[in-house]
Ligand binder design. Sequence first.
Ligand code: SAM
Length: 259
Amino acid sequence: MNYRHIYHSGNFADVFKHCVLITLVRSLLKKDSPIFFLDTHAGIGKYDLTSELAQKTREYETGVARIYNLCSDIPAIQTYQNIIHATNAHSKTLRFYPGSPLIMRQLMRTQDHMILTELHQEDAKLLKRCFYHDKQVAVHLTNGYHGLKAFLPPKQRRGLILIDPPFEEKNEFEQIITGLQIALKRFPNGAYIIWYPIKAKDLIKIKNFYKKLKTILTTSKNIVNLELNSCGLVIINAPWQLELELKPVISWLGRTLAG
Ligand code: SAM
């Protein structure tokens, strides 16, 4: 495993994924009943953008840095910016970027719980440190796809599962389909959000991924597919009106981060 998310933290893909994730979580939080969160490929939780590794690529410059000081009247974007500012409350400028586990943790209520899985030994150690003594969060050093079997269904009736692999392996799309087949059997009503990169050389793979998705989603599920620049997201069992709520978010991101 060579992939380290620190090289990419806060880049365009992260901003896009995290703003959509926040829109989805906000929608689920409209009801009081407890929510179970599962982040299968969790990363390290908090990224220092001034670190040597982040500075090698400086990908955050065309992502979070572009919107750090902007204002927006879109609630999900405001929530995103509040979380970024809260993560940097003790530094004068943008220094830390919160990964998906920290973002979801900021949104969780006392009745909610979260399981995080991460396969990279060092990254899992850092992630554990982030949630040390947090009774609402459990961190496991394990394969996220195995977690889809081990941790589903949750005892809570409602859940959000984020599948955000590094796409280092050639068969990542196949692994997602196999994992989803297992997960949907065990927890058919969960909301699933899957991230994937859009590369010209992989367009056929992406087409096949969608074909296979359709075959495993036999019952009528509300599927939302979003694509912006080189990133794609699929949401399965999207809450009612999510698409409407996402429209201004996507168009704001498109306008603000383009170029
Ligand atoms: N979800 C994180 C976020 O938004 O902040 C970013 C995750 S990053 C794209 C992918 C992570 O998955 C990396 O930290 C990598 O070490 C980890 N990983 C790779 N293969 C894995 C697997 N089979 N199971 C769990 N984690 C894995």
